[in-house]
Unconditional design. Sequence first.
Length: 370
Amino acid sequence: MISPVTGTHRNAPPFRCDLVGSFLRTEEIKEARLKHGSGEITAQQLYETENVEIGKLVEQQKALGLQVVTDGEFRRSWWHLDFFLGIQGTEKISLKQGSVKPEASRAESFRIVDKITFADHPMIRQFTDFQKLAGGTVAKMTIPSPALFHFVEDYNGNNVYPDRETLFTDIIRVYQDAVQAFYDAGCRYLQFDDTTWGTLCSGRHRAHLRSRGIDPEELALDYVRLINESIKNRPQDMTIALHVCRGNFRSTWFAAGGYEPVAETLFGQAEVDAFFLEYDNERAGGFEPLRFIKDQFVVLGLVTTKHGGLESKEILKARIEEAAQVVDINKLCLSTQCGFASTEEGNILTEEEQWDKIRLVMETSQEIWI
């Protein structure tokens, strides 16, 4: 078995052992959400229950010795829609039956109904309360990317924006305002989650885009521009990462294909500080596309969250050694491939298995990056 080279420890994000974001919802959260839905408790009572459960989650993460904590996305129903629906000018919609696979998603989405703005977004208060619970530990916030906002909106359509560039301008402005608002609230570690790039890695999905008259290469360039313009004013002491996902609802996936189709555009041109990349199975391909990485960190998602079985620590080390032939070991970090609950339903594993996964990531990273 290959023995990985030894790297250095990091005290700034991304950390050698890092978190993607979401955790399985606790029974207390599930019960409170049901009671709120039936009118048995108020929105404030639900919020207070979430505070308690997020506090417990934060303490569990700290107890493991993690250098970063998340709120587990405990207040969300969806990993992306809750943020999108907090943007002024959007509304929730129900998708037509048959427009999505029942096992792959819930039939909900959003559309634009007015000029979009970022004002009074509930996640700013949520982050502030979460950071108080985090104390001196780095509190990481996760939100869907500006590219995904456009990608989802483009399928649902809108009668508000007359042309693509006008919409792009407002998406960029919304995200610039969001980045600044989170920073002003104390956030120094922000992650964009994005299934768009996973879709653009897929030959099947690229063919579908072409059938709609969309050039995947041009779309990739447009989306890198959206991301770069959205973060160009970020303060120097704020780390922004991009997590590329191929689907994670209830342990399922919707896209397959290595990073090569987007590697030169995404890795070579996106100005994020780090990429969180799925590498837990053959759907993600090999490490060769990482040759386009410049100064960014690469967080290898080698440990799956789709089931409870534990990966071999030695195999994880061998794969990190393989990646280190393409990217400097000191630019690499380790995480799970995704979160554990992209929606409130959660993936098909237990809480104990969830924490075992995180321990495996932590122990492996500690043995490599001294």
